[in-house]
Write a protein that binds this ligand. Structure first.
Ligand code: SF4
Length: 72
């Protein structure tokens, strides 16, 4: 992945929460971005994915069993 040399690269993460099956994978894989909310579904709780968490956020996207995570 290309890095913005100015350090202002801002990847964002989204979850289509209505499709989440509460498996917990995303929280386990990338806990700085995803967490399980009080309603039992995963949520994104940061505005932007920290640069050090980009790879794990992508891993969560690629391995979510119902493919409801999008990072871009
Ligand atoms: S990996 Fe997907 S299905 Fe599992 S908790 Fe996260 S968003 Fe929900």
């Amino acid at each position: 992945m290309l890095e913005n040399k100015k350090g202002d690269y801002n990847m964002k993460a989204y979850i289509k929460r209505e499709g989440c099956i509460s498996c917990g994978f995303c929280e386990t894989t990338c806990p700085n971005v995803f967490r399980m909310a009080d309603d039992g579904l995963a949520e994104v709780y940061v505005d932007e994915v920290p640069s050090t968490d980009e790879n794990s956020a992508i891993e969560a996207q690629e391995n979510c069993p119902v493919a409801v995570i999008n990072v871009e």
